[in-house]
Design a protein around this ligand. Structure first.
Ligand SMILES: [Zn+2]
Length: 84
């Protein structure tokens, strides 16, 4: 395994992890980009789902089931705290 000197990027204290083959490093960097793209897509999807759920809850005719400290709607699963 060849040790690559870090020139452009400051990797801080992660010296042990900066030891890669060039191929290995290339692959891990591609994977990082791939992960970030996927995270962005999932964040967008999550935001859409949250909006959808909020719209559903705003229009819900709630039917709450009470527990000791909270109540939950059986239809939209909205949880409200009963502690003040
Ligand atoms: Zn509800």
């Amino acid at each position: 395994m060849k040790v690559l000197k870090k020139k452009r990027m400051n990797l801080g204290k992660r010296t042990a992890k900066s030891i890669y083959d060039s191929d290995e490093r290339e692959n891990s960097m591609n994977r990082v980009i791939q992960i970030k793209v996927e995270m962005k897509q999932l964040e967008t999807q999550l935001e859409q789902l949250k909006r959808e759920l909020n719209i559903f809850r705003e229009n819900c005719n709630h039917e709450f089931v009470k527990t000791d400290y909270s109540q939950q709607c059986t239809k939209c699963h909205l949880i409200e705290s009963l502690q003040w």
